[in-house]
Design a protein around this ligand. Structure first.
Ligand code: HEC
Length: 147
């Protein structure tokens, strides 16, 4: 009897901190991706203003910062982060993971495209829309809760 109690106690001692740790890291992941999206929003506004001011060198730098963030974001949607901590992510992400990842990758690739052609185009506003802003809506309309 005592032996069993000790075993159970031992298991609890081992599992409890692991659980707490897992819980924390879900929180870190969800907060981490929110923070990356917020950064990308700020960076996108910067890219927009710099491009319209014809400051292409700086604009391109920030396009590549965004591109990197998108690639980083690919790692921020593991299966155990579907809910909690105020996530606005929809379950559709995990039901269509390939499509979601492809859209993230496309958003990253489009920024490389944007950086390569922004200096040459006539229609800066339309080009920013096509290669940067449209990807936000394309993804949010299917994969993010209405807010
Ligand atoms: C491939 C999908 C995808 C793309 C592309 C994308 N987003 Fe999001 N975005 C999401 C998802 C999913 C969430 C919800 C994250 C969560 O709360 O778990 C989100 C959340 C956000 C948030 C809220 C963060 C918070 O604090 O809750 C902002 C702001 C945001 N996105 C801005 C943008 C902007 C601006 C762009 C384009 C420049 C963009 N996103 C492109 C999928 C995307």
């Amino acid at each position: 009897m005592n032996f069993h109690k000790n075993i159970i106690l031992l298991i609890l001692i081992i599992i409890f901190p692991l659980n707490t740790y897992a819980e924390q890291s879900v929180e870190e992941i969800i907060k981490g991706r929110k923070s990356l999206f917020n950064k990308n929003y700020k960076t996108a506004k910067r890219v927009d203003i710099l491009s319209k001011n014809l400051e292409f060198d700086d604009a391109k730098k920030y396009m590549l910062v965004m591109q990197n963030n998108y690639l980083e974001l690919l790692k921020y949607f593991p299966d155990n982060t579907k809910e909690g901590f105020g996530t606005q992510s929809l379950p559709t992400i995990w039901e269509n993971k390939d499509e979601f990842n492809a859209l993230m990758q496309k958003s990253a690739d489009d920024l490389i495209q944007l950086a390569s052609l922004i200096e040459e185009v006539e229609d800066i506003r339309g080009t920013l829309k096509k290669y940067m802003w449209q990807n936000c809506n394309a993804c949010h309309s299917k994969f993010r809760k209405p807010h």
